[in-house]
Write a new protein. Structure first.
Length: 562
């Protein structure tokens, strides 16, 4: 084992990913000083830095902790791994270790700030004579407000563990956390960092307001502290997330002046936020590819109109949004005109939105999304005026490009919608439908005859209690399931063990995952799946996952893979 001069530093081995990241850097520096000529630190003779970075990026995106052991290989590996690890340090360590990371950034505070924090706020952020090994701040690329705030709160609490805790102490700690967050926000936006991803989603703290009492204005972005350094820090922003019950006008206005290359925008909760401000931000982006709008209760027409300017848009979601109720208004007739001009759209999602009527969605009749691969429509709030023709037009005009369809709708109100899917979606891979009776299940048989490449099928029923499926219906369904299917979910239904057995006898042997409801005799149903697996040279690879109300999930794998 290699030992550093500083006994407080720790060596990070490949199987010790939970240790402090900073220790690796101290260790590396100490080794470097002690052994400049060591072959361990010689440049890699095999891999160019560009290729090394690509490899580290690939591995780091899946599990950044595995890069810790790369820090001690040689100088090239150290530098390459550092770029990835320190790009989002608060996202890849435990909560306790993230609190330790806070102290690293204290080294970048000026003496004046350190003195002010100590004298006026009783926060000791002194670092002695310690100076940063490298410019960690310049490597920072991702900032998530939640993760940084949690780290600050843990750090402050750890500093006062031996003090009696009461409500007054809690209030003091909250004020200290907000003040420290304020200074960190200024530090992160002083121009040294180049932020690619910024998440100002504070909804978590709103649910626990009594516990955290977070000051929503503590982050500089909220309070409008824009400057030239702020522009430098965010001019390369690619992903922006902002959520919470507060007006987002200030931050949106600031980003509109600063950013032109944002690729993904997610806004949660309108909360007196100006639709015009958001529309201007979107129009100012030259390559916006993804837009998610959630819980938006204000008028959104100008936002939708701005979509006509976003030629690169590929992905759009509306979740819990309120659209105009008075669809007789002339403005409602062309409400979605901007959206239908996004001809390169690949994903379109409406989930639990209000007032999606035929009149409001009429523009979709002429929409031609030739690249559309995912369609998600979850709506039953307009049973008197369901947009059936509009949905069918989206499917037909997509020209067989659709691969995933999620319909949480009343099929009885959307006549022939499954027939439209069957006729126009031969490349369909994933299907989720809401079924109310056995006759609707039989409609799936025609669909399976056309969609022969289906990988995942989810059949559910929203109403409770579950209704019982007859043996003949389920057996007929099993007989027509395509042999390509890998995952089957049956939720909201009940059936006898004998029916379940007969059904699995008809199913193809390709299925590797079963999810279903089981109100009683769970082991009997699980044994039936085990028998199915044995017939097809498979076994159940996981312990049966069972939840109330009797939700069972089983995964299979081939015996040859053992």
């Amino acid at each position: 084992m290699i030992e550093s001069k500083n006994n407080s530093s720790q060596i990070i081995h490949s199987n010790q990913s939970t240790q402090s990241i900073h220790s690796s850097y101290n260790t590396y520096t100490n080794i470097n000083c002690k052994n400049q000529q060591n072959n361990l630190l010689s440049p890699s003779p095999h891999l160019p830095l560009e290729i090394l970075l690509e490899i580290f990026h690939y591995g780091g995106n899946h599990d950044p902790k595995q890069l810790h052991s790369c820090l001690l290989v040689n100088r090239d590996w150290f530098n390459s791994a550092s770029l990835i690890i320190w790009a989002r340090p608060f996202d890849i360590v435990s909560i306790m270790n993230s609190a330790k990371l806070i102290e690293i950034y204290f080294m970048f505070f000026s003496k004046e700030i350190k003195d002010d924090m100590m004298i006026n706020h009783n926060i000791d952020v002194s670092t002695g004579n310690q100076s940063p090994t490298i410019n960690y701040l310049s490597l920072l690329r991702h900032i998530d407000f939640k993760n940084v705030y949690r780290a600050v709160r843990i750090w402050i609490r750890c500093k006062s563990l031996h003090e009696p805790f009461d409500l007054n102490v809690k209030r003091i700690q909250t004020k200290q956390a907000n003040q420290l967050m304020n200074e960190l926000g200024k530090l992160f936006s002083n121009g040294s960092a180049r932020i690619n991803k910024l998440s100002l989603d504070i909804r978590h703290f709103e649910h626990y307001i009594d516990e955290d009492s977070i000051d929503f204005k503590s982050w500089p972005c909220y309070s409008g502290e824009y400057s030239g350094s702020y522009d430098k820090s965010l001019c390369q922003l690619r992903e922006f997330v902002c959520g919470g019950k507060f007006s987002k006008n200030t931050i949106i206005f600031g980003l509109t002046k600063t950013c032109e290359e944002i690729e993904s925008i997610t806004i949660e909760d309108s909360s007196e936020t100006s639709s015009e401000f958001l529309a201007n931000l979107m129009k100012n982006q030259r390559r916006l590819q993804q837009f998610v709008l959630s819980n938006w209760k204000s008028d959104s027409k100008c936002i939708l109109s701005s979509l006509a300017k976003t030629k690169a848009l590929r992905h759009i979601e509306f979740i819990g949004c309120d659209f105009p109720e008075n669809d007789d208004d002339d403005d409602c007739k062309n409400y979605f005109d901007g959206l239908i001009k996004c001809i390169n759209l690949e994903t379109l999602k409406f989930e639990q939105c209000k007032n999606l009527s035929t009149k409001l969605m009429k523009p979709f009749i002429k929409a031609e999304f030739r690249n559309l691969t995912k369609l998600h429509f979850d709506n039953d709030s307009n049973p008197a005026d369901p947009p059936t023709i509009e949905l069918q037009s989206i499917i037909v005009n997509a020209k067989d490009s659709l691969k995933e369809i999620f319909f949480n709708i009343q099929l009885s109100l959307h006549v022939d919608i499954l027939d439209t899917v069957a006729t126009n979606c031969p490349k369909l891979k994933k299907l989720s439908v809401n079924i109310e009776n056995e006759s609707e299940i039989r409609h799936l048989t025609a669909l399976f005859q056309h969609c022969k490449h289906l990988l995942e099928l989810r059949i559910s029923r929203k109403k409770y209690p579950p209704f019982s499926i007859g043996k003949q219906t389920l057996v007929e369904l099993g007989a027509v399931i395509p042999p390509s299917l890998k995952k089957l979910e049956l939720l909201g239904f009940t059936f006898e063990v004998s029916t379940w057995t007969a059904f699995l006898d008809q199913c193809p042997g390709s299925i590797n995952c079963f999810v279903f409801n089981c109100l009683k005799q769970q082991q009997s149903y699980i044994k039936t799946v085990s028998d199915y697996a044995n017939r097809h040279n498979k076994i159940i690879k996981n312990d049966p996952y069972i939840e109330i109300p009797e939700y069972v999930s089983l995964e299979l794998e081939n015996k040859n893979h053992l």
